[in-house]
Design a protein around this ligand. Sequence first.
Ligand SMILES: Cc1cc2nc3c(=O)[nH]c(=O)nc-3n(C[C@H](O)[C@H](O)[C@H](O)COP(=O)(O)OP(=O)(O)OC[C@H]3O[C@@H](n4cnc5c(N)ncnc54)[C@H](O)[C@@H]3O)c2cc1C
Length: 419
Amino acid sequence: MRIVVIGAGVVGTTLAYELMRDGHEVTVLERNDKPAEGTSYANAGLIAPGHSFTWASPKAPKVLLKSLFSGGQSLRFKPSADPDLWIWMLKFLGECTAAAAERNTLIKHALAMYSQSQLERLTAETGVGYHHIDKGLLYLYRNSASYAAGRAHMKLLADDGQEIQFLTGEEAAAVDPALEASKHLIAGAVYCPTDGSGDARLFTRNLADHIAAKGVSFKFGTEVRRVVTTDGRASAVETDQGEIAADAVIFCTGVLGMDLLKKHGLRLPVYPVKGYSMTVPLDVSSPAANRAPTVGGVDEDHLVAYARIGDRMRLTAVAEFSGYDRSFNAKDFDSMLASAQSLFPGVGDYANAEKWAGLRPMTPTGIPYMDKTRTPGLYASVGHGHMGWTMAPGSARLMADLIGGKKPALAMENFALPG
Ligand SMILES: Cc1cc2nc3c(=O)[nH]c(=O)nc-3n(C[C@H](O)[C@H](O)[C@H](O)COP(=O)(O)OP(=O)(O)OC[C@H]3O[C@@H](n4cnc5c(N)ncnc54)[C@H](O)[C@@H]3O)c2cc1C
């Protein structure tokens, strides 16, 4: 089949790989001039089935309400008149029961674990490098009450097959010696030894180069305006550079293509949730860099994620509801700076870090939509939220199976489009 994938983020590029592998003729259309210039640009890098918990939980409404008045560091809710925000929020609140949180978490966890196995296969098949670290992830707690709650929380994933160890600060520092200087700050750690980390942007770009060399056509600087139908079937894609014929078309447009989906009757509750990241250069010739993390993790009490990415350290934080605005100022990075400087003091050039803000394509459940649309030949794989890097390789394989008429490995009704 001639297949057009719209969007060269981590989700679209991995799908292009799987479709090429299955023998299809694949074209990827991307408005930016390179792959991974959207949300996949500078995420935390965590490959984290052990962090599959949904944001919608019985505690979430109270946390949201508090953020309205306190202007919190990790969650910021800026109300606006945008009807999409309120539709999203109502659906999100509807998912905040204990039963829904458990169900949604288990669906995410199954996808994340499947995805990790597909990432391993893809990496073995292609040799694509991405500063991968496969030494697990450490979820750190600074006080005993939050640690006790965190431990209890993990039972759901442990019962679902996630390998988990509970560590003291001393033991966490044995897993990652970078914590030696700050182990006294750690009340306890949840260690998921099978989680990992890597640079999603490097992965996406290297994979794009790999498949371009094998015949996948990438058309950058190409804005898709609409999908053309003939006799009710997707038959071509209209772009600002002309029309491209197709037997199947897939929206892998993240949150940056919701207007395009709306033109085709897909009013999905995928809303932008802004996060900030800093990429801190490490001087690997200096002894200080030896104290930079070698195992990624999350400072759970401050909701700051960190990972080593080659000779840099990536930090991310904040979930902010402020529409599509991607601007930032110095204060937006305060919480991650404070967290990192206490856990990893003086390890890198914090003053010259690259700063970035990105928009997570969040669904109310945290579960992406991966489905065919009502238009034959037209598909969507969007809404990978805060875990799109973790879930992309699995999503790609599931979608390739769905498009190719094979039986996907997971129950696709869990990822169905609404209505
Ligand atoms: C601060 C932060 C930290 C995160 N940390 C992690 C993490 O540690 N682990 C993890 O698993 N995930 C993480 N994520 C989530 C992850 O980054 C996203 O889920 C993922 O990047 C989404 O990928 P995507 O391909 O769907 O979207 P994108 O990367 O945004 O790609 C979509 C592409 O579609 C293109 N496009 C859209 N419309 C059109 C059009 N009309 N024509 C042409 N092109 C179009 C866009 O230009 C874009 O390049 C994080 C996100 C943020 C913001």
